[in-house]
Design a protein around this ligand. Structure first.
Ligand code: SF4
Ligand code: SF4
Ligand code: SF4
Length: 256
């Protein structure tokens, strides 16, 4: 089977939430917000639709070609499959949360409310993909904004759209080269930093939180500063995750 992927196009998204609902249903995940547009990624929400004025952006695992979640996990709970999805074995997970700190897209979420907490994320519906089916979110999307297919075909289609309608598209395919490339590609009419996507990632793979990865952190040249820089990066990442979770809890309380 050729590697598969997803292409999400902001220009085609109606903000209907069918992808969000389909994902919840596929994985029997509970309702987490009265208004799906206010929901944020969590151990029960593997994807969300975010509202930016009159346009909508999805957020989900990018299924990196060289996933840092795979390379940092000490018990090999994550795996990059030949079909494209980065899958996760919840039974193997020991809850160390290294994957959360190492993910350049800040995707994995933790089961804070569980007595045996584990990490959760989108697995690109791997169980469906190996059966020759498209992902639940792509199947549910009424406008074709979320498209499932062969990754190489999706790359060609994304490039075709940029060339065919240059005035409608910001001229960048997010996910094509970020941190070595992803199996999820994004198109938008505006720059991606406006959706809080990290646009400063290197083009090279950030495969592991090792010397090679640390050297990509600006200003880190000597071994001691590599270590300090790594700790700084980790702390910053931890604080950002904690801040997001506080904001989400507050939003959920406000909804009640
Ligand atoms: S986006 Fe994060 S969780 Fe998803 S494959 Fe990449 S490193 Fe792993
Ligand atoms: S690919 Fe599957 S797991 Fe990922 S967001 Fe879509 S429905 Fe959810
Ligand atoms: S189902 Fe399609 S149109 Fe509806 S919110 Fe999701 S991506 Fe957008």
């Amino acid at each position: 089977m050729k590697p598969k992927g997803l292409l999400f196009d902001v220009n085609r998204c109606q903000g209907c939430g069918a992808c969000y609902d389909a994902c919840k249903k596929e994985f029997n995940n509970p309702v987490t917000s009265a208004d799906f547009l206010k929901d944020r990624l969590s151990a029960d929400s593997y994807t969300v639709v975010e509202e930016y004025g009159d346009i909508y952006m999805r957020r989900l695992c990018m299924h990196c070609e060289y996933p840092t979640c795979v390379s940092v996990c000490p018990v090999s709970a994550f795996e990059k499959t030949p079909e494209g999805p980065v899958v996760y074995d919840a039974d193997a997970c020991m809850g160390c949360r290294y994957c959360m700190q190492a993910c350049p897209h800040m995707i994995p979420r933790y089961e804070w409310d569980s007595l045996a907490p584990r990490v959760q994320k989108c697995v690109m519906c791997h169980h469906r993909v190996v059966r020759g089916e498209e992902t639940a979110c792509a199947e549910a999307c009424p406008s074709g904004a979320t498209l499932f297919g062969d990754l190489e075909d999706l790359k060609k289609e994304a490039k075709r759209r940029l060339e065919a309608e240059p005035d409608r598209y910001y001229q960048h395919i997010y996910g094509l080269e970020e941190a070595g490339g992803c199996n999820v590609l994004l198109l938008s009419p505006i720059p991606f930093h406006q959706f809080a996507y990290d646009t400063a990632l290197p083009k090279e793979p950030l495969e592991t939180f090792t010397m090679a990865a640390l050297e990509k952190v600006p200003g880190i040249v000597a071994f001691s500063s590599v270590f300090l820089g790594g700790m700084y990066w980790l702390t910053k990442r931890k604080n950002k995750i904690a801040r997001e979770e506080r904001e989400q809890n507050k939003a959920e309380n406000d909804d009640r």
